[in-house]
Design a protein around this ligand. Sequence first.
Ligand code: XMP
Length: 318
Amino acid sequence: TWTPDSFVDETVAELKAKIGDDKVVLGLSGGVDSTVAAVLLHKAIGSNLHCIFVNNGLLRKNEFTDVLKQYEGMGLNVKGVDASARFLGELAGLSDPEAKRKAIGKVFIDVFDDEAHQIEDAKWLAQGTIYPDVIESVSVNGGPSATIKSHHNVGGLPDFMKLKVVEPLRMIFKDEVRRVGASMGIDKELLGRHPFPGPGLAIRILGDITAEKVRILQEVDAVFINGLKESGLYDKVWQAGAILLPVNSVGVMGDERTYEKVVALRAVESTDGMTADWVNLPYEFLQKTSNKIINNVKGVNRVVYDISSKPPATIEWE
Ligand code: XMP
């Protein structure tokens, strides 16, 4: 019978035999799959596993530094690369959702390839691909590997894609990945994280992206997500986040008329992201969250709640 412990023992033994003393490169995303894959490989080959964690400037508030610290605390050999400016530069002036995804995919590949080149004699590229990614072939949420699949069909392959591929999770499902992670002692909170799209906040800022808009959305998102956690609602929701709309609306503060941004909050229940229902969050929670956002986040004077299910609406707005 399958147990997380036996999976760990067998997989670590297999990885040792397969990889020997070779060096392996792995892109960490902060998500569950890449983290569990990294810890398994770390158990097998120690510091011959070279992890790269790229900050694209589109992560949640404080996410890059917090998660990097967490990775270091787990003993992983990880290099954090802050490429925010490069991503924002490439995104400047782009409004079309697919154009934004393409730009992000392109910069990610360039940055990752530069970093991979600095690891001399790397022989393997490890990925956190899980079974649903394998059967769908194009994963919705496969992090770096999915980005590469959909964005590097033209021109030559970057060098790191010529490495031999190792995917220790390719036969198991998400819930099993979480159990494997728990049996290796990975932090519960990390294992329970909501899915987060590879292009990050770029597809939650409708229209063009600026550093200021990213800052506003990070603040709003942090109020919402921390509120869900404090109210014990986070684990009851499959995915949640905030969307910055490309419209201003009129408001009033004291005697002053304001003309500021509108944000939408979205929380859904789902099992695989293919279909989703909006979550009936308590009015009291919505009321508190809305007040907190409007009182604390400069530049926002209106909050709305998205009550659309998928289909026909998608989870993300772009
Ligand atoms: P949609 O918006 O298609 O989202 O209902 C379904 C799931 O996929 C995530 N998503 C993405 N993940 N790159 C990703 O890695 C993307 O471009 C992307 N677009 C959507 C979304 O967050 C949800 O979990």
